[in-house]
Design a binder for this molecule. Sequence first.
Ligand code: ADP
Ligand code: MG
Length: 260
Amino acid sequence: MTLVETENLSVTFRAQGREVRAVQDVSLTVAEGESFGLVGESGSGKSTILRAICGMAPVSAGTIRIGGKPLPTPRGPGFATRVQMVFQDPYASLHPRHTIDRTLSEPLAIHGIGGADDRVIRALQDVGLPTSFRFRYPHQLSGGQRQRVAIARALMLEPRILLLDEPTSALDASVQAEVLNLLNRLRAERGLTFLMVSHDLAVVDYMTDRVLVMKDGRAVEALSREDLAQSRMKTDYVRNLLAASADRMLEQPATGMAPA
Ligand code: ADP
Ligand code: MG
């Protein structure tokens, strides 16, 4: 069953009399339980697609459906219980003056869900953090630990779908592998559906079943994991993306990404 779908999605930003056509005519489908990758060079429109799904970017044409139903605008309170996003920068995405406890219990309070103490403790355990971190502040945590908190926060309302925008690209290579493995484990345990963005084809290949390659706001190529393994790409653009991520792997031989 298709869980997430964009049909001929276009997003146009208008700023200071200028138009930026960030996404043009992009159609994609993500099946329930699937992990789907969006890859492409910087500025190709990947983040804008995730933001459009969340209602944070101006959709100028096309339709976004979750579970077969077009999304209402604004998204409404039910959206957050089904879809959550994890952002690239764990330093910017956590409130600096809120304890981890407050950050994790806030979604529960907003949605009138009780048992916050137990749920916060369980959420920390689920992402591999000591429960003593509950009363720390973000500045007392490493980048990888902060991203674990951001993942825990995204899961507090038990959504079926995670939108992941370069969730590890701000982290050191060894920490990156740990967080990717955590995400893979959580997906397997909970049957989550992932839509994950990266500029690094190696990361997307490690994490996802299928990939859509973006360039200048458009979808240029769709590839399965087998297509990638056998270098069955049609365009030089994708070949170059693969070569660039192979170079990164050589620069960072300690990445330690191995099949889960
Ligand atoms: P990616 O995530 O692939 O790096 P983005 O989706 O962030 O790319 O951006 C796609 C294009 O849209 C870029 O040209 C970017 O400058 C532009 N863009 C993104 N957000 C805005 C905005 N809020 N206002 C104007 N232009 C934007
Ligand atoms: Mg981006």
